[in-house]
Ligand binder design. Structure first.
Ligand SMILES: Nc1ncnc2c1ncn2[C@@H]1O[C@H](COP(=O)(O)OP(=O)(O)OP(=O)(O)O)[C@@H](O)[C@H]1O
Ligand SMILES: [Mg+2]
Length: 315
């Protein structure tokens, strides 16, 4: 299996950051195998954008190194750029250029020959379902359409590796699904995709995920693997009145923590077989009406919350 993206001991300290501050990127080792859909998951300020900027050769690290398809991001940045598509978090598009003009512009700066441009642009317009909007200025596109255009621009030169920085943030749920449908097509064509996201359901779709917080990788692995490693299980409860439910969750022995998700609570417990009867008894004692009480599967969100809380508690 060949390696598409690799970073070694990567550190980035921004000019304003003092020696004693924790760097934006604090010693990151990352290995992404070719053909993978790899997710970088982390809260605001975790360092996702900083890492992607370094990998895309836009910015140099303070120390450490990174390679894309074997090329060093600092010493061989031209080679890296030739095989890389990068969709920044902030818009890369020119607002006063039309959809067509943006595509042409990106084709030109990426050295796509005039001969190839026509077929490639038509292909991408079709792919992103933007064919009807070629004459519209990008500033007048909806947020979702703009993201799709930015993705099309990043793909214009047939890159082998695609770096996407929160491609679906601020996009409605329908457009989010559409973007992920497009991404799965890109993956099917053999492109390696490294995508950052704050959304746990998107992390769940990746082959491998790295959870990052405060510039560090907390854990990496396949979502199911990470879920299986958690030192607790989840019990889902729905009961009325909700105040009683919360009170019971607070006082029942064996509940490590709980959180509300929609109209129910997800309780982290070490032993569901012991805790479920206790919850039931307590709720009945309080006269609550139970509609759901069962063990539920673990989610990336549980992994994420667990690890981030643990890290915060340690520091
Ligand atoms: N140009 C800069 N100068 C100084 N500090 C910066 C700069 N850019 C980012 N930082 C800091 O570096 C850390 C990482 O920021 P970064 O933008 O990489 O995080 P992120 O994970 O992309 O967050 P978000 O989800 O909000 O996009 C943050 O603490 C941020 O304040
Ligand atoms: Mg960011």
């Amino acid at each position: 299996m060949s390696i598409a993206i690799e970073s070694l001991q990567l550190i980035k300290r921004y000019p304003g950051q003092k020696k004693e501050d924790r760097p934006a990127i604090d010693t990151i080792d990352l290995t992404v195998e070719s053909g993978q859909l790899y997710g970088l998951v982390g809260p605001d300020g975790a360092g996702k954008t900083t890492l992607l900027r370094i990998l895309s050769t836009v910015m140099e690290p303070t120390s450490g190194s990174a390679r894309l398809a074997g090329f060093d991001v600092m010493k061989q940045s031209e080679d890296v750029r030739a095989l890389l598509g990068y969709m920044p978090q902030a818009f890369s598009l020119y607002p006063d250029l039309t959809v067509m003009e943006n595509l042409k512009f990106f084709a030109d700066i990426n050295g796509v020959s005039a001969q190839k441009q026509k077929t490639r642009i038509d292909e991408l317009l079709e792919f992103a379902r933007l064919t009807e909007f070629t004459m519209r200025r990008s500033e007048n596109l909806s947020g979702g359409m703009r993201k799709k255009l930015a993705l099309a621009c990043a793909l214009i030169h047939d890159p082998k590796i695609l770096l996407l920085d929160e491609p679906t943030t601020g996009v409605d749920p329908v457009s989010r699904r559409e973007l992920w449908r497009l991404l799965s097509k890109v993956i099917q064509q053999g492109v390696t995709v490294l995508v950052s996201t704050p959304y746990m359901d998107e992390a769940e779709r990746c082959n491998t995920v790295s959870i990052i917080n405060r510039g560090r990788v907390l854990i990496s692995g396949a979502p199911a693997e990470l879920e299986a490693q958690l030192p607790f299980r989840i019990v889902e409860v729905k009961a009325k009145p909700r105040r009683a439910l919360r009170a019971v969750a607070d006082r029942t022995e064996g509940v490590i923590r709980w959180r509300a998700v929609g109209d129910r609570l997800r309780l982290s417990v070490s032993d569901p077989a012991k805790v479920m009867p206790r919850i039931e008894a307590e709720l009945k004692k309080d006269g609550a009406e139970i509609s759901i009480l069962r063990e539920a599967s673990l989610l990336m969100e549980d992994v994420f919350i667990h690890l981030v809380e643990k890290q915060e508690a340690q520091s």
